[in-house]
Design a protein. Sequence first.
Length: 296
Amino acid sequence: MLSMDTVISSKTKTVIIGWERPFTIIGERINPTGRKALAREMAAGDFSRVAADAIAQVAAGAHILDVNAGIPMADEPAIMAQAIQLVQSVTDVPICIDSSVVAALERGLEVVAGKALVNSVTGEEERLEAVLPLVKRYGAAVIGLSHDETGISPDPDVRFAVAKKIVERALDFGIPKEDVIIDPLIMPIGALPQSGRQVLAILRRIHDELGVNTTGGGSNISFGLPGREDINATFLAMAIGAGLTSAITNPLKPEVKQAIMAADVLMGRDENCVAWIRAKRQPETEGEGRRRRWRR
Ligand code: THG
């Protein structure tokens, strides 16, 4: 199966997600889930931490920034719009609009510049019918989560079938196959010991039989465990080997950034190992409490 390129853009930058390209890092940190201070600030209209997180992630190598405004009892569409505008004012990378609320996805699409990534739609008919027309109208790309009305199946074949259905339904709405990115659903390994192998099996089938690009929450796998960055980094490398072409992850974690750069080398996607060698030549700098800086 021929693999495809997904083109995402901001006003000034183009990012291409693809099997023949270096791995695409979607910065995860602009997300108030589990960050009480950030949630409180965003709900009160204070986006200073959002700005700092945006700048730091891009400096650390994020190609796209995920923006999530999911704060209980708050006006999510309004906060989403404000957060996106703020991020676009301090960085120039494309945006991944992350919400389960259709109105928040729509407000995000209204204010975003360029071709955004809509995160996300599921295989549920009601979601497909609400989200896919928006994706088409704004000329965006979309992440499809491989679950539907029946939930998240432990059977990789069922999750693959849902992914295939999402690609077909997108085509029905006039969205080309290359603008659908499948998320196999990365679940915590501490609670579900088979979740790693399930994801790897789905990724292989998607690469071999659908040829579309893939993404996932790279930090989900380690919830509840100590040494999360080591688990995240190792799993990302395994998933990249199985076909993963992008992830929502934290490039500020040196373990994660290093694993991704090494995987690019090992997959033959870092021509002449130029990025790797350059990063290793960089003298180690102590900056803002971070141990190491990675450059592309
Ligand atoms: N698939 C898709 N989108 C997603 C997810 C997915 N969006 C949300 C999430 N899952 C991916 N984003 C994150 C962001 C943060 C963390 C995990 C996934 C995380 N944060 C730490 C915590 O909560 O403990 C640290 C927070 C902090 O810095 O204080 O683990 O699966 N399509």
